[in-house]
Design a protein around this ligand. Structure first.
Ligand code: HEC
Ligand code: HEC
Length: 328
């Protein structure tokens, strides 16, 4: 096993792509700025076997509910459980910076995942969103659908070295206020900035053909479940500040950090589907993000403060406990 990897490394060096070697081999990781990149041109995807799979992956990503969700013709292919599409959150087909883009992720996996407490593959990460954001079930690893998601992610990542440091990946964090969420203010922010599209009742607006959504729901039976990353207030606040209302990008935020924090708390105080076995997440409890809204916790703070802050005291306690456990 080790020998095989060493040979692979040598042949890569011979090809002159030392910058593309995994961290274990290369001291310096190249930086790639996704905010300055033009995504690859979808109209140029060919009709060979790989191109066909990329096209299918794009269809799954942008039309999930109709392809592999509740509206799929074949009941066996109804993997996702709600009417969301991947690009409702991974915006612009997964190409929008700071909207958890898929650009470059091909070279970032396998990676250590705190939620599972072990190294996970890109397939497992896709299935994480299938079971949580899509409130559904896992795609079989050998399914054409899983291969299509991988092909699509690989195509979007073309030219980006493995293990690159990506600027514009994931979400741009807000600076959370040193206070708990103000739910009353959150409701006002919601009414003024969100309800016109997502509905006063948060249930969204269906697409004209009655399938999927023009404006997706933010809570209720057709939304992501309570194990999804989006249910963490800082995740939702960061997403909302730099991507919402639709049309906003990280360069043109409309909400202040305070507004994003409060509206995030307000949205996440609403009822949504429940995922079983959440207590098994983050088996190393001190690696649990401070705003995870379900226990158990190792820091002595209760669910309420983990849901709605203030987060400063939790961070300080977690840091202290981590330092203590490292010292042993
Ligand atoms: C409700 C919003 C939402 C939907 C819908 C959603 N995701 Fe995600 N996804 C997220 C968030 C938020 C993260 C990252 C943050 C986290 O894990 O806390 C993420 C992370 C990911 C990652 C890892 C990205 C990285 O930077 O490491 C992949 C891959 C992914 N999602 C694939 C999918 C696929 C495929 C679908 C559709 C089947 C999907 N997601 C649907 C919200 C969503
Ligand atoms: C102008 C219409 C509009 C407004 C106003 C708006 N959104 Fe959205 N929102 C959208 C659309 C459209 C999407 C799906 C994006 C896509 O598919 O490209 C979306 C997606 C989302 C998502 C991820 C998908 C889901 O259903 O969970 C969240 C979370 C969200 N919006 C929160 C908010 C919040 C919070 C506000 C108010 C601060 C807001 N939005 C205001 C149109 C809007």
């Amino acid at each position: 096993m080790h020998a095989v990897r060493a040979i692979a490394a040598v042949s890569l060096v011979a090809l002159g792509v030392s910058a593309a070697l995994p961290q274990a081999f290369a001291a310096e990781r190249p930086t790639v700025d996704l905010t300055k990149m033009t995504p690859p041109d979808f109209s140029k995807v060919g009709d060979d076997a790989f191109g066909k799979l990329v096209k299918y992956g794009h269809a799954l990503f942008t039309d999930t509910a109709n392809q592999i969700g509740p509206n799929a013709a074949d009941p066996a292919k109804r993997y996702s459980g709600n009417q969301l599409t991947c690009q409702n959150c991974h915006m612009q087909g997964g190409a929008q910076a700071y909207a958890v883009p898929m650009v470059g992720i091909w070279g970032e996996f396998p990676q250590y995942r705190p939620r599972e407490g072990e190294v996970g593959t890109l397939e497992e990460r896709v299935n994480g969103c299938m079971q949580r954001s899509m409130n559904g079930r896992v795609l079989p690893l050998d399914s054409r659908e899983m291969k299509a998601f991988l092909a699509y992610a690989k195509w979007l990542s073309a030219g980006i070295p493995v293990e690159a440091k990506l600027v514009g990946a994931s979400l741009l964090p807000i600076k959370d206020p040193a206070r708990a969420v103000d739910l009353k203010h959150g409701a006002q922010v919601y009414a003024q900035n969100c309800a016109s599209c997502h509905g006063v009742d948060g249930q969204g607006v269906r697409a004209e053909n009655g399938k999927s959504y023009q404006f997706p729901p933010l809570w209720g039976p057709d939304s992501y479940n309570d194990g999804a990353g989006m249910t963490r207030v800082l995740t939702l606040a960061s997403f909302a500040k730099y991507n919402m209302p639709a049309g906003v990008t990280f360069q043109s935020p409309a909400l202040s950090d305070e507004d994003a924090y409060d509206v995030g708390g307000y949205v996440n105080s609403q009822v949504r589907p429940h995922k079983a076995d959440l207590d098994k997440d983050f088996p190393i409890r001190l690696q649990k993000p401070v705003d995870t809204g379900y226990g158990p916790y190792a820091d002595g703070f209760g669910i309420e403060q983990h849901k709605f802050g203030p987060f400063g005291p939790i961070r300080a306690k977690v840091k202290e406990l981590r330092e203590q456990s490292n010292g042993h």
